[in-house]
Design a binder for this molecule. Structure first.
Ligand SMILES: Nc1ncnc2c1ncn2[C@@H]1O[C@H](COP(=O)(O)OP(=O)(O)O)[C@@H](O)[C@H]1O
Ligand SMILES: [Mg+2]
Length: 253
């Protein structure tokens, strides 16, 4: 079984082909990276996979089920979770409550029991808070378990978003530039977190510009340029691909 399959996927905005006739598959239990210059279509691809955008054409399958027309909340229930390229933190809430937002899907929120604060609900809530605090420690945020989100530095907030995505108990986690704006030390910490997540059996699809990180942790790399597949394979294969190197040098110039 492939965990995720993208089949002839296209997305147009006006005349712009953000994603064009793209096909690939992600095997379960792997770290699958997607690279490409700015504007290559990586975030659009994430938005298509997670149901934020509707494809112009093509199909998306998750665990062999066609999910092409599904909404983001349905996909979250099916076991898909993501982070965003730009921070999506609720700064008026505690760090722990930010993680609880991700967990919310799995809580029993039937109206009458929660109205009367029945013991079963109170217990479920306490359990969820303990789980979410544990997730914060898992991503290395031990010292921020009691903190307000607004007190946390940027690097810690990037990890908080990973904890929140994990709180939904996904089988597939999509990370859009988790190391963007981080220094070398913080990047290495994110690298460790991603490896730890993958070691728990969660499949990771990673969009990242930090090539050192991508080459070091990926099982498989897909390189995009102008919405199309430029190359794919192992890090060694993709790193040796002349077109990939040219696309990156072209983007730098
Ligand atoms: N909502 C949108 N409306 C119009 N154009 C968009 C939209 N989202 C992305 N694009 C365009 O699609 C292309 C791919 O963008 P994006 O997916 O953000 O690339 P990447 O994440 O690889 O940098 C760009 O040309 C971008 O301007
Ligand atoms: Mg992007």
């Amino acid at each position: 079984m492939t965990l995720l399959r993208v089949d002839g996927l296209s997305k147009e905005f006006g005349g712009v082909h953000a994603v064009e006739n793209l096909s690939f598959a992600v095997n379960p239990g792997t770290i699958h990276s997607i690279i490409g210059p700015n504007g290559a279509g990586k975030t659009t691809l994430f938005n298509l996979i997670t149901g934020i955008y509707t494809p112009s054409s093509g199909r998306i399958l998750f665990e062999d089920r066609d999910i092409t027309a599904k909404r983001p909340f349905e996909l979250a229930r099916l076991g898909m979770s993501r982070t965003f390229q730009n921070l999506q933190v609720f700064f008026n809430m505690s760090a722990l409550d930010n993680v609880m937002v991700g967990r919310h899907l799995h809580l029993d929120r039937r109206f009458i029991p929660s109205l009367f604060r029945l013991p079963s609900i109170v217990r479920a809530d306490a359990r969820a808070r303990a789980d979410c605090a544990e997730l914060m420690r898992f991503v290395g945020l031990d010292r921020y378990v009691g903190a307000e989100a607004a007190q946390m530095p940027y690097g810690a907030l990037k990890r908080l978003e990973i904890a929140r995505a994990l709180a939904a108990k996904p089988r597939l986690l999509l990370l859009d530039e988790p190391a963007a704006g981080l220094n070398a030390t913080e990047s290495r910490e994110i690298d460790e977190v991603i490896k730890k997540v993958a070691a728990t059996g969660v499949t990771v699809v990673l969009v990242e510009h930090d090539m050192k990180m991508v080459m070091g942790i990926s099982d498989h790399i897909l390189a995009l340029d102008y919405g199309r597949k430029l190359a794919e394979g192992t890090p060694a294969e993709v790193g040796a691909n002349a077109e990939v190197v040219a696309a990156y040098l072209g983007a730098e110039a």
